[in-house]
Ligand binder design. Structure first.
Ligand code: G6P
Length: 613
């Protein structure tokens, strides 16, 4: 949830750290800070409440100079957003630490340190770790050993970076439950929560594994110690996506750029995975074929937008592949006594591959693999090398490229495409006409999405009807119900309008009571078998004076009237309609947020990657 960046370089590091923080701001943005060891051997620090821009402003008047430093952008867990709670935290004025995650046993440790006379400056759990390492350093005189001793005492999930004025050319990092990568430079090395933060200085990365501790130093380069205490070698990966991913280009917001990238990233997600008229199940990894043949049911687990993708897939897996499927949010699944029938495939969906609840759900499923009916775990994920992909038996990477906007867009539609590939791969009747038709439709999908993006102008106009409203209702049926949920989620995330979604058939069981002229109702109405039923639901809204906005295929016989606006969405195979109908709803929430003047890419209180429970 927080972003970490650290640099041990042969040049001044302030600019590198600041640029890194800007690129990590999607991970949290309630305060930011930086500590640099200056040439006189003293730790210097600047911190500011608010976004990285506030820190940047402070650095204009009070620049930090030195060749080694650590920095942080925060999403508050322990202690309110304030300068005093902002990282880096110091201990004994000689040690500085930045930390992402939660230390669950910080209270007894804090009491112990207070008993030793330590006076705490902040309300954070992080400061406890700072003091523990500083105390261990006095005994060991070795920063890496001091960090290891401390980690043995703390419970929770974390990534951290530490430096000490008495080990002036060293930075030690550690990860357990939160991501941390090493950026490999020439005579300089870096740490960050995400490779994106370091693309301005390197394109070579080591993705640390769970429990790894790493030391960057001038004389020994990069040393990694695995969770069991043994020295470890980890491969260096070249970063696959160009640096353009981290810039907005011609677009006003990352979210708009990412919405418009969807035709291209969907084409990339399909590339190499279709052959003639069928799906190559080998795309799912070695052993996928044998495993898929045995699958008798599917359990899907995810959070947020990724969960909505799973909900669409349930309709597909049941209708096209005949597989009983359950879909559940990870925070519920992980604490439930899950009954697992024989031959069940466990599937996680995640843009980041680091969401704490989803990872915990995977570990829970794996811990039960021997005694339950799980055949194996498949991750559908957007970040190569992420914890979720490393810990799963099979992985299918979506090719959305880095997604910076906190509200997920292209990650969602590429997940849907990946889930359609999975559905087709799991069908027992492979290679039939249904598969041929859908593979053709998938190949044509980028072009259909281009036409859907052309709805931008009319939707921008439509958004005016929402900007002054406080509530909105979204309706859909079948695969469009999760799309209605996703449309409502987008609207609330970035425009702060309260929005709810219902399966349209439920309208009369409660939400209809809310419908009046102040409650715009959005309906997604492709030309599918549920259309006639949906139309009756819409009549129920109109009869109560509700204002209706219907997204529908050209072929749908609905005529605009006083309180009924119809927007035509390009037609496509009914199974792919949820992917196409997502686009206008993304555009709608985007334009409403722009009209309201909210922070589109970094909405209040949220973070892109939720690596705490
Ligand atoms: C956060 C993000 C959402 C995302 C969810 C799950 O809440 O703000 O956009 O859908 O996490 O993230 P994941 O990376 O697991 O897909």
């Amino acid at each position: 949830m927080c972003g970490i960046v650290a640099a041990l370089a042969a040049r001044n590091v302030q600019g590198i750290l600041l640029e890194g923080l800007k690129r990590l701001e999607y991970r949290g943005y309630d305060s930011a800070g930086m500590a640099v060891l200056n040439e006189a051997g003293a730790l210097t620090r600047q911190r500011a409440k608010g976004k990285v821009a506030a820190l940047e402003e402070k650095l204009v008047h009070g620049a930090l100079t030195g060749r080694i430093g650590i920095a942080h952008t925060r999403w508050a867990t322990h202690g309110k957003p304030s300068e005093v709670n902002a990282h880096p935290h110091l201990a004994r004025e000689r040690l500085a630490i930045v930390h992402n995650g939660i230390i669950e046993n910080f209270e007894p440790l804090k009491r112990e340190l207070e008993g030793d006379g330590v006076v705490f400056e902040s309300e954070t759990d992080t400061e406890v770790v700072a003091h523990l390492i500083a105390r261990a350093f006095v005994e060991t005189d070795d920063l890496l050993a001091a960090v290891q001793t401390t980690l043995d005492r703390i419970d929770g999930a974390y990534a951290l970076a530490v430096m000490h004025a008495d080990a002036p050319r060293e930075i030690v990092g550690a990860r357990k439950g939160s991501p941390l990568v090493v950026g490999v430079g020439i005579d300089e090395n870096f740490l960050a929560s995400d490779a994106l933060a370091l693309l301005q200085v390197t394109d070579r990365f080591i993705y640390l594994q769970e429990g790894d501790v790493v030391r960057l130093s001038d004389n020994r380069g990069i040393e990694i110690v695995a969770a069991d205490g043994s020295p470890a070698e980890r491969p260096v990966h070249a970063f696959e996506h160009g640096d353009s991913a981290a810039s907005r280009g011609e677009y006003r917001h990352f979210m708009l750029k990412e919405i418009h990238e969807q035709p291209a990233v969907i084409a990339a997600t399909l590339e190499g995975r279709l052959s003639g008229s069928h799906v190559l199940e080998s795309s799912f990894g070695v052993g996928a074929r044998g495993l898929f043949e045995r699958v008798a049911q599917v359990h899907i687990v995810a959070c947020g937008t990724s969960y909505h993708a799973g909900m669409v897939a349930r309709y597909w897996l049941e209708k096209l592949a005949g597989l009983p499927t359950t879909v559940e949010v990870a925070s519920e699944y992980r604490y439930r006594e899950v009954v697992v029938p024989a031959d069940t495939l466990f599937v996680t969906l995640s843009q980041s591959g680091e969401t704490a609840d989803t990872l915990a759900a995977l570990r829970y499923a794996k811990s039960r693999a021997k005694t339950s009916g799980y055949l194996g775990a498949l991750a559908i994920c957007n970040v190569p090398g992420s914890s979720l992909t490393r810990e799963s038996d099979l992985a299918l990477m979506t090719q959305a490229g880095p997604e910076i906007g906190v509200a997920s867009t292209k990650a969602f539609t590429t997940q849907l495409v990946a889930l359609m590939l999975l559905t087709l791969s799991l069908r027992k009747s492979r290679g039939d006409e249904r598969e041929t038709t859908l593979v053709q439709a998938l190949r044509g999908l980028p072009t259909v999405l281009d036409s859907a993006l052309a709805m931008d102008g009319p939707i921008a106009e439509l958004s005016e009807a929402f900007a002054e409203k406080h509530h909105a209702l979204f309706l859909g049926r079948g695969t469009q119900f999760p799309i209605a949920l996703e449309g409502a989620l987008k609207l609330k995330e970035i425009s702060y309008i309260h929005a709810e979604a219902y399966p349209a058939g439920e309208l009369k069981h409660g939400p209809l009571a809310l419908v009046d002229a102040d409650m715009p109702v959005v309906a997604v109405a492709p030309n599918d078998e549920l259309l006639e039923k949906l139309k009756s639901n819409l009549q129920e809204v109109r009869a109560r004076g509700g204002e209706l906005f219907v997204f529908a295929d050209e072929g749908v016989a609905l005529t605009a009237a006083d309180n009924l606006r119809v927007l035509h969405v390009p037609a496509v195979d009914e199974f792919l309609a949820p992917i196409v109908y997502t686009i206008p709803l993304q555009l709608l929430s985007y334009h409403v947020a722009v009209l309201k003047g909210t922070d589109v890419d970094q909405p209040r209180n949220l973070a892109k990657s939720v690596t705490v429970e």
